[in-house]
Ligand binder design. Sequence first.
Ligand code: PEP
Ligand code: MN
Length: 265
Amino acid sequence: KLVSKKWKAKPTSVDLGDGVFIKEGEMAVITGPCSIETEEQIRAVVAHCVENDIKMMRGGVFKPRSSPYAFRGLGLEGLKLWHQIASEAGIKIVTEVMQTSQIEEMYPYVDVYQVGARNSQNFNLLDELGKVDKAVMIKRGISGTIEELLQSAEYVFSGGNEKLILCERGIRTYERASRNTLDLNAIPILKAKSHLPVIVDPSHGIGIRAYVPQMALAGVMSGADGIIYESHEVPEKAYSDGQQTLDFAQSARLASWIRESFAMR
Ligand code: PEP
Ligand code: MN
């Protein structure tokens, strides 16, 4: 496989421009709300990122919701507004693309296209993202194996897009005490099998706000190249995933713990 270490021994470095990279040897910190909600919210999160030297912001404008009645995102207009505010502050945008028709319209406003867990094996979407010259982060499927994640990455890489990032976000097991089961085992295994950078999402991985920091740090110590977690000025008021979202004080603390732990690794 092209994404395997056997094919390419040198770790892949994903260059987002302006000195921002997702790569082995650095610790990417990516935070932001589950959903982009309002201009005020965007400004608050951007300011939080700037204050804490966080260069990449996550947020959904197209949301894959389990219920069709739940908030499904601000769409392209929200992305345009977000891009305007974030780019002025030098912050890169990580956001989910749900279908092939969105790739082109999102293109001017995205730095990393996120493929969500539910679309991890949407092979048509992966094929199309293989033709794009922007970074793609593929999340592991809800019931996806490590091998299946690598096969999904292979679709994009073999299509010609080598700016690829893998993301462990927890899998569905028999355990219901947590939202998902963050598979820390996947991190050293993915790092051993593939040259691609590996990011951990402890927010969706455990789904419980109070336990997100320790799972993030466990991810750092497991060898991850970055952490993506949800934050919001008032998590209780978030339109989605508030229960697993950190407030800015918690987020600031976690970002510095992540960096300290990484320096000790
Ligand atoms: C998200 O990042 O908010 C999200 C929907 O993640 P996942 O696809 O991992 O469920
Ligand atoms: Mn979410």
